[in-house]
Design a protein around this ligand. Structure first.
Ligand SMILES: [Zn+2]
Ligand SMILES: [Zn+2]
Length: 214
């Protein structure tokens, strides 16, 4: 990971500002961050005008740090809230994810999660463009099958069934993530077409299938 050390330094400088801690040297950022690779990361950041020689974030550095912290905390919410991993696992995975996700993907994750304001630790998640747009136009990325308008074509994003047997039954009809369905009728029961087959779903199951509109 080419930018990992610089990202890590920026992230910790953001935390220091957030917690009102003065930073005078790398050692102030935490014991694990004071080694050769981090010192060379600081030279790189100074050369990029992201920090000054006394380790204070510039405007550019603040913007970069904000994006890293945003990615980190959204990844924590994604793993912890949406996927149900433990907090420790969520945090270590978030540390890796923060270096990989593009801003576009991050905004989609944010939208998918409903623009959460805080991470599982209760720390503020810096907002993105998607959060600002959200206040004007509410456009969920995924919705439940039962909330689709009749006639709508959608692809299955994920299925969150109460039982494994139910998941297997749906799979037998070709209802798996990625497959395309059309809502044929909503009342008296929810009928979807998947390929050549039409299937009537109980509302309870329709609430467990999440789709993305085409
Ligand atoms: Zn957190
Ligand atoms: Zn957002």
């Amino acid at each position: 990971m080419i930018h990992a050390a610089t990202d890590e330094v920026l992230e910790h400088l953001w935390y220091a500002v957030e917690e009102n801690r003065q930073v005078h040297s790398l050692g102030d950022l935490g014991a694990d961050i004071d080694d050769a690779s981090f010192r060379s990361a600081v030279y790189e950041l100074v050369a990029d005008n992201a920090v000054d020689s006394s380790l204070q974030l510039s405007d550019t550095g603040t913007q970069r740090a904000k994006r890293i912290v945003r990615r980190h905390r959204l990844a924590e919410v994604l793993f912890f809230e949406a996927m149900g991993t433990g907090l420790d696992d969520a945090e270590s995975s978030a540390c890796e994810m923060e270096h990989m996700l593009s801003d576009v993907v991050v905004d989609r994750v944010c939208t998918f999660l409903g623009h959460p304001p805080v991470c599982p630790h209760g720390k503020r998640i810096p907002g993105g463009d998607c959060c600002r747009l959200y206040s004007k136009q509410i456009e969920p990325l995924v919705m439940r099958v039962i909330d689709l308008p009749v006639g709508a074509v959608a692809s299955i994003a994920f299925i969150a069934p109460k039982t494994l047997a139910r998941l297997e039954k749906l799979a037998a009809f070709g209802i798996v993530p990625g497959s395309e369905i059309r809502l044929v009728a909503r009342k008296p029961s929810c009928v979807i077409a998947a390929g050549a087959t039409s299937i009537a779903l109980e509302d309870e199951i329709g609430r467990e299938i999440y789709v993305r509109l085409r």
